[in-house]
Each structure stands twice: as C-alpha cells, then as structure tokens.
Ligand binder design. Structure first.
Ligand code: V47
Ligand code: SF4
Length: 381
C-alpha cells in the first residue's frame, strides 16, 4: 500500500486520537502504552489493519517467510499446572504421560536424514528427572549427527528449572547449553507477563522477570530468540500492552529478538474450558496491533496449527510476514487444546499455495531469516 493511500485512510478517520496515532506510525514515531490500549479498545479493525499492512509492506514488501522444521517433545510430564494447558500430565499422573530417551529422540532426528529440514524445535513439559546434563547430551548428539541443523529449543520455564536443579546461575547454565549446541530460544512460556493474570493462569512457573532474564542472557551470548503472548482468555488490553512493552524495552537494549508470535488461547480439555475463545475479528486485531506496537521486532509470525489455515492466511494482510513452517508433526499442545487442524502436516506445496493465494511472495528461510529459496516463480504441481 502506498503512503498516499494510508494518508487518505488516516485523514478519513473521525476519531482525532486514532488519527494522531496513525500519523505517529507513518512517521515512524513510537506509539505509547496509552495509544496501544486505545487501539485495542477503540480502533475499528479496518483502520488498524490498514496501518499494520502498510507497516508490513514498508518493511518486507510482499515477502512471506516460512521454514522447514520438525518438533521433538521430550516429555509431556510437567511439574507445573498451568490452567490453560491441555497437554501436560501432571507429575502426580505421570503414568499417563511419556518421556523419550536420548536414543528415541535421535531416532526422530535420524528419520529426517536426507530431508531438506533446517531446524528442530525442542519443547516439552518440565519433567523433574530430566536434567541439564541429559539435555546437554542430547544437544551434543544432534550436533554430532547433523552439525548444520539449527537447534531452537527450551522455554525459560524448562531452562530455569534445569539450572536451579543443577545449582547454576542463569549465565552459567545458558553458556553450557550454548556451547553444547543450542542455537536459539523459541518464544514459549511467556503467556501474559502481568502478575494480575500470570498468578491466575500459571502461578507456579517462571515469572516474567525470570523469562526476560533468560532471553536477555541468551542475547548477550549472541543467540537470537522469539517471544510469544497467549491471548484471548481473561486478559485485558492493558495486560497485552504491558506484555509487549516489556518485550519492546528488552529489544531496545539487546536487539536479540527475531520474531513475535501471538498465540491464540484454545479452550478444549483444560481447566479454562469455560472461557470462550476469541473471535476472528479479535485475532486479526491482535496481530495488527502487535505489528504496530512492537516497532523494533522485525518479524510477526502466525502459527497456523492453532489459528487455522484460513485465519493464518488472512493475517498476512494484518501485519504478519511469517507463517510457521511445514511442520509434519503438529505439536500435541495444540491438537489437544482444540486446534482446528485435523491434518497433522502442511506440505511445502500447500504452504506456498496458501501464501500465493493471499497475493504474497513465499520465501523459505532458515531460523535466522537467511533466504533459502524464493518460491514466487517456482511452479508447484
Ligand atoms: O508457552 C499451551 C502455548 C506455548 C495452550 O518460537 C497454548 O517459533 C493456546 O511457544 N491454547 C508453546 N496455546 C509453543 C510456542 C511456540 C509455538 C510455535 C513456534 C514458536 C517459536 C513457539 O504454547 C506455551 C503456551 O503459551 N499453549 N496451551 C492452549 N490451550
Ligand atoms: Fe507445563 Fe508448559 Fe503445560 Fe505449563 S504450559 S503445564 S509449563 S507443559
């Protein structure tokens, strides 16, 4: 969208404050906490959508990234009891859960030998018996087998628990994980930072401060990471903006975040099953405002397994420039929480088609956004 068009849209807006916020955005001025809350509470979707799309196109044009990755979930046994989690088997019911050995996880890695995946995403529950040593052995084994496979793994919730058990500081623990082959951190475990919500939905796990400290430590070691926000449950606009404000501040300091991923709360089979899920309109607004508020995050990603393919496709016009990879083992976390996706995988062909249908340019990337292949001119069957 050209600047002329967005100026016309801003000038046509009757609400003076919304006009002012729009003008800040197109002049690359930072919007405030109050502006962010106002956008959630008062802005019509087409208005925030146009601004977010303008911003997305000025940063990335039509380019829409995806990557080819696979997941390993070491265990679904977890000592914590997050109310929104449909996935973990509490330690008290661990007989219903599972845990994988190093050999079993290496068999998963080896099953991708010769396949063009570039990343493995390792994330699971917090099992009290799985130690930092165990995961260091796993990291080293993966790197010995396939040195170029990027390992994105472990949330601060898992790391914090392992470091404490090993009686290490965050700095010491992160350094060991990094040296063993951990390349970057995924965005999970962030949920909602604000204590008014965090103490209700996930009271017992790593705090906001601990989450941010672990990412900061990783950034200081030269690692990159992602950040998430679990939206659409009991949180209010001010909690979402508070969350993004804390991320924006850390990013100003370290510049270590690559991607922000709003995660839609799904309500099946968990202790929050009576909380209604957000509407598509609110989903799109969440993505658009993320693009506008997080002015120092290069990438905003839609995670299709939980959003559904069609809404994920729509988000490409609401600020999103990345759609999660061709995952052939859709994470159990979402399939158990009521994700609409029945098919466990999206092939490269399907993903490329989905992006092209939205009139965007599909580009396969590595984890750190190095271009692997531009699919815009590739004819798929
Ligand atoms: O932190 C758990 C979420 C997250 C539910 O960095 C739920 O590239 C919705 O962070 N409804 C883990 N969400 C997954 C994650 C992730 C996913 C894809 C890519 C990346 C990345 C990171 O899953 C948890 C939690 O916020 N989750 N239960 C639920 N009922
Ligand atoms: Fe455990 Fe993660 Fe589920 Fe919380 S969200 S109970 S930390 S697996």
């Amino acid at each position: 969208m050209g600047k002329g068009n967005i100026e016309i849209i801003i000038a046509a807006e009757k609400d003076q404050l919304l006009q002012k916020i729009g003008n800040k955005i197109i002049h690359n001025e930072r919007i405030s906490f109050e502006d962010g809350v106002y956008l959630f509470e008062k802005a019509p979707l087409p208005y925030v959508g146009s601004l977010a799309n303008w911003k997305r196109e000025s940063l990335h044009g039509d380019t829409t990234y995806f990557n080819k990755n696979f997941h390993i979930e070491p265990t679904n046994v977890c000592v914590f009891s997050c109310k929104f989690c449909s996935y973990s088997k509490l330690y008290a019911h661990k007989e219903e859960g599972w845990e994988l050995t190093i050999d079993q996880m290496m068999d998963i890695v080896k099953s991708y030998d010769g396949k063009p995946v570039t990343e493995v995403h390792i994330v699971g529950g917090v099992h009290p018996k799985l130690t930092l040593d165990f995961f260091i052995t796993l990291l080293k084994a993966i790197k010995a087998h396939r040195p170029n496979l990027h390992i994105k793994g472990f949330t601060p919730v898992e790391l914090d628990y392992m470091f404490r058990k090993a009686k290490l500081t965050t700095e010491e623990g992160m350094k060991l994980a990094y040296e063993a082959g951990l390349d970057s951190l995924p965005g999970g475990g962030a949920e909602i930072f604000h204590p008014e919500i965090r103490t209700v939905i996930c009271a017992d796990k790593a705090t906001a401060e601990e989450w941010l400290h672990i990412h900061k430590t990783a950034h200081h070691l030269g690692m990159h990471s992602n950040a998430t926000l679990l939206y659409g449950h009991i949180e209010k606009a001010k909690h979402r903006i508070d969350h993004m404000e804390r991320l924006r501040q850390l990013q100003d300091e370290t510049k270590g975040f690559n991607t922000f991923i709003p995660l839609k709360f799904r309500n099946k089979d968990n202790d929050m099953h009576d909380v209604p899920e957000s509407t598509m309109l609110n989903d799109l607004k969440m993505y658009a405002i993320s693009r506008l508020y997080l002015d120092n995050f290069p990438h905003i990603k839609a995670y299709w397994p939980m959003l559904g393919r069609e809404v994920a496709q729509l988000t490409l016009s609401y600020g999103v420039n990345d759609i999660d990879g061709t995952i052939d083992d859709t994470t159990k976390i979402y399939s158990m929480a009521g994700s609409e996706e029945q098919t466990p995988a999206m092939t490269t062909e399907e993903l490329v088609r989905l992006i092209k249908q939205a009139h965007r340019k599909p580009v396969e990337r590595g984890t750190l956004y190095n271009v692997i292949q531009d699919y815009s001119l590739v004819e798929m069957d």
